[in-house]
Design a protein around this ligand. Structure first.
Ligand code: HEC
Length: 242
């Protein structure tokens, strides 16, 4: 091999190496570009959104196209309220619904992938565990809890501990008679304003019983209301009636 040939050979080799390196680099570059594009399109897909949760914290609606600190326009707010009320039918499930900027509703039940949903429709049956919503055990627990609350109200209603003069509610309202919870809210002449049942409970605590009013969130107020309401089971709601 002549020195010239050797030189040519080395040059070709070097060029090949450089070329393949260039290919490698351009591949890398392309890869980098691809992932950058993916990130950008991911960002464009992920609109700013605001999430509204239902009071059970098991349902949420994500509204796309509204910033998290922005008020929903009235029509959107109503749409979210309707959707949340609709989803409350599936009380045992955790549901995240998404309203896209194109008004398409998709939802994910119990962390499963998002599926299309038409408001008022059924969830895919297998996702709601055969549509069994409440078990007998659930109902038994709820009843026991309510019974406990009512029993505490019953005890307070018959005790003198809410006042200072020895009187008890049941002395004037045996069996919660004449408490008329079904007529509240109503304008109460004694209070000269619209009153809730609890306002009248407090009025009677202050007046005949000479006791101290209970704050709205006092567990004793809750128990008294529970007892009075349960005693009037079946009465037709008639707010404002005198
Ligand atoms: C000394 C008798 C007496 C006692 C004790 C008494 N109340 Fe009353 N209560 C009345 C009278 C009288 C009224 C009627 C006031 C009215 O509606 O004009 C009344 C009204 C009420 C009302 C409203 C009824 C309606 O028709 O709107 C509620 C509720 C009530 N009482 C609850 C209680 C509770 C709870 C207690 C115990 C903390 C209690 N009362 C203790 C005499 C009593």
């Amino acid at each position: 091999m002549t020195p010239l040939r050797m030189f040519r050979g080395a040059l070709t080799l070097a060029l090949t190496v450089v070329a393949s390196l260039a290919v490698l680099r351009s591949d890398e570059l392309l890869g980098a570009q691809r992932s950058a594009t993916a990130t950008i399109s991911g960002e464009t897909d992920g609109w700013a959104s605001r999430t509204v949760s239902a009071c059970d914290h098991r349902k949420a609606v994500v509204v796309e196209g509204v910033r998290s600190n922005e008020k929903l326009p009235p029509q959107k707010a109503q749409e979210v309220a309707d959707l949340l009320s609709d989803l409350m039918r599936f009380c045992n499930e955790e549901v995240v619904a998404r309203i896209s900027i194109r008004e398409k509703i998709t939802l994910s039940v119990n962390g499963l992938p998002f599926v299309d949903y038409v408001q008022g429709g059924e969830l895919p049956v297998e996702l709601v565990h055969g549509k069994v919503q409440h078990t007998d055990r659930d109902r038994a627990i709820w009843k026991a809890e309510l019974d406990r609350e009512v029993a505490e109200g019953d005890r307070l209603f018959h005790s003198d501990e809410l006042g200072t003069n020895g009187l008890a509610c049941a002395m004037c309202h045996p069996d919660a008679s004449n408490t008329h919870p079904e007529t509240y809210p109503k304008f109460q002449t004694q209070l000269k304003k619209v009153a809730l049942l609890r306002d009248m409970v407090n009025w009677c605590i202050q007046n005949p019983l000479e006791g101290k009013v209970l704050p709205d969130d006092d567990p004793r107020m809750k128990a008294l209301e529970a007892y009075i309401l349960v005693k009037r089971t079946g009465a037709t709601l008639d707010p404002g009636k005198h």
